[in-house]
Design a protein around this ligand. Structure first.
Ligand SMILES: CC(C)(COP(=O)(O)OP(=O)(O)OC[C@H]1O[C@@H](n2cnc3c(N)ncnc32)[C@H](O)[C@@H]1OP(=O)(O)O)[C@@H](O)C(=O)NCCC(=O)NCCS
Length: 131
């Protein structure tokens, strides 16, 4: 079964750019957190401390998002290597009057890490496969 995680954010005034829509860098930050949550769930029980972001690819801003809307992020593990986890993240925006619409997509590669000495994290073979 695929590992999936969800995460939601309300778009507040501080999140907007100069044209009054959600700032792209803010969107990517939230996409990254969604990938982190997805990999955290995937890594449960492996001995990994967590995962760090190695690459963010194929980012597409498909629709603008406006203040006051909710954005829900869905992370899905596509596949996993020795230490890496490739996560597809989709952001759906939701206004009061419309159905959910796809606002942003990306492929984010996370790498499992473990602390080898205080404050020093190194990549960690997670030993998991994706069905
Ligand atoms: C993550 C990190 C520990 C990996 O160490 P590294 O020596 O670069 O490791 P590797 O080059 O072997 O890459 C690790 C894995 O990522 C994959 N990878 C490397 N570059 C990649 C890229 N551009 N795109 C996708 N996957 C990539 C490798 O194929 C490897 O996968 P595998 O172990 O499943 O086969 C190190 O690169 C690092 O600390 N990067 C900074 C992370 C960071 O600060 N992120 C932002 C904050 S979360």
């Amino acid at each position: 079964m695929k590992t999936i995680a969800h995460y939601s954010q309300l778009v507040m005034p501080d999140h907007l750019n100069n044209v009054g829509t959600l700032f792209g860098g803010q969107m990517i930050s939230w996409m990254d957190i969604a990938a982190a949550k997805t990999s955290y769930r995937f890594l449960r029980g492996t001995g990994a401390w967590g995962a760090v972001t190695r690459a963010i690819d194929q980012v597409e801003f498909k629709e603008p998002v406006f203040g006051g809307e909710w954005v829900t992020f869905t992370g899905t593990v596509l596949d996993a290597g020795k230490t890496s986890i490739r996560v597809k993240v989709e952001a759906h925006a939701e206004s009061r009057n419309e159905n959910m619409r796809i606002a942003c997509t990306a492929i984010i590669t996370m790498v499992a890490v473990k602390e080898d000495s205080p404050g020093n994290f190194v990549k960690f073979p997670h030993g998991k496969i994706v069905d």
